[in-house]
Write a protein that binds this ligand. Sequence first.
Ligand code: C2E
Ligand code: MG
Ligand code: MG
Length: 689
Amino acid sequence: MKQKLQNFQLSLVYKSLFDYNPNASYVLDTQGSFIIVNDATFTLTGRTEDELLSMNFIPLIREDHLEVTLMHFNEALQGKQRSFDTVILHKDGRSVDLRVIAVPILIQGEIHGVIGIAEDVTEKNKIQKELLVSKSQLQNMFNSLDVCVWTLDKESYTFKISPACEEIYGVTVKEFQEDWQIWRSFIHPEDQEEIESRYQEVLGGQSWTSEYRIISRDGKTKWLYNYVMPIKDEMGNIIRFDGVVTDISGRRKIEEDLHVMAFQDALTGLPNRRMFNKRLEKALKRAKKCNTKLAVMYLDLDRFKFINDSLGHQAGDRLLQLVSKRLTETMDDRTVISRQGGDEFSILIENVKDIQHIESIAKSLLHIITKPLQLEGYEYILTTSIGVSIYPDHADTADGLIKRADQAMYRAKESGKSNFKIYNPGMTQDLSRMMQVEQALHKALERNELSLYYQPIVDTCSSQINGFEALIRWKHAEWGFISPAEFIPIAEESSLIVPIGEWILQTACIENKKWRENGFPNTYVSVNISARQFEQDRFVQQVERILQETDMEPHYLRMEITETASMKNVENMIVKLNKLKDLGIQVVLDDFGTGYSSLSYLQKLPIKALKIDQSFIRGINQDSNQEAIVKTIIGMTKGLKMNVIAEGVEQKQQLEFLQELGCYKMQGYLFSKPIPLSAFAQLHDNRSI
Ligand code: C2E
Ligand code: MG
Ligand code: MG
């Protein structure tokens, strides 16, 4: 080194080193005043050479660093080399971070001052600080994220994982570090196969995202989102695997809930209409492929609207739940039962063998629905009407089948409820027939197409006719007789029931007087009053007026109202019933057992008689459940001291069964069909049966 430098004057070399040093270089005397400064010092401090050479370094130092800086300066004056950080104030007021090396000037054993070299480390410090901050932020994130982050070095198999693993798997960081493959033991058995094969792909260098389940250490099933990324070097060799695991159970739960909401009926938990359609579409594909038949059943509870109106929606909802439970319990697992909305249910039956197969299912459904339901200590009897359509006989699309089943259900309702009907092509026209019937009914009164038939009500104990039920008949000029079961509901819908009802009452009173004068003294007429008619505000006044106009003794007039008619507004109804009672008119509750029956409710009503619906009478000797219902109703009427009439008695066995239970008042084909007044004379023995 000395050899090479021989051409240079050493002092010039040092001067050059000093002058051109990119760091501020300066010499301070023992007092701290600047003696020599290089160019870089001007830039660093923002001061000129003159300014610097006339000042001490102390005013340059920022107040908070002064003490430490002076300490280092003094130590340098004592012969020590110092290296330290300080902060000065630039002339423009900003702080400048310095890394300072202070070396004493030692000449012949004596200290003459200090050489200083100061590097501007402001930028470096700033970056460092930022790095520190972001590092600690990252660390914080790493530690506190519920996302679990991990990295596996492929060379050394060192494994790092964030503490979130504990929350997710129930496994500590330490355990993971000891055995990083431990995660595999938590995979849900059903997802194991898929995950293992994906895992092999990752090892082969592919990135991997998937969602799968684990059973964590505490036994909870969790959904995880997993992302693994193999990291490669420039040569394409895998050096590391990085991964992220997130617990997405919350999100999956919401998704599942949404799915359930979209496809399940919230009240009953049954599949909803949308789900039913989906399942039906699938079943249709199967049926087409395998050449099999399937059936769609459409159920609509009879008179359910009235239950809701009178009992309240909560009780209505409870009943719907009970009904759906019954349906599910009755049908096997392969049958799809859905709630279509309101009181409507639909059922899908695959592999239908023949019509008998369907009929037997429909019958058993009617049967199980009719079994009394217990709700809040009361007993209710519901009935349902069922319509059935069959693939491929009636339609080959889901929509078509549902529509046909619905049409058939409508017909089942018309033909007296608690009934089922299998679709036939004529039904499609029947719907528009409804419109025609309504049109024709408008003219029926003026054209004298209406008449009343009468069916004897017999006391089987004395074999005497007590009275006659008036049943309307409509003989249309072209269509012939139209059943009241068909046109009464239409009349009710269109308000035609009010004028028709008035006509019925009038005619019944006039004709009753006639027959009493002609061989049937002391027999009453029992007139059916429709719900719409009874609900009319002026109903009682109308009755009074008719009694006056026809000069009728009120105790020869009875009225039959159906349970449904009486359900709507109980208070209002009680007022009306009491008024009728005051007039001397007896009211009978008709079709008892098919609507809704609540004992406490019955007790409240000023009604002294009820008619057991003929559907129950039909079950005598055939169906022990129906018999049980008949028994219960008769027993109940005794308890309530009410009269009971059985209608639809067709067979001697039914008569005997009823008599044994103490029910003697009956009506039915066994005694007589409904007949016109002109045929009264044919009733043998004039008045007894
Ligand atoms: P309802 O009041 O329950 O009448 C009894 C129905 O049973 C009548 O049918 C009657 O003909 C029928 N029936 C009587 N005995 C037997 C029997 O032994 N076997 C069978 N299978 N049936 C029997 P109809 O006349 O077709 O009337 C059906 C329904 O139409 C009536 O049921 C009633 O709800 C309504 N209705 C009939 N006439 C009138 C009326 O004048 N006014 C109102 N508002 N409704 C009426
Ligand atoms: Mg009746
Ligand atoms: Mg009846």
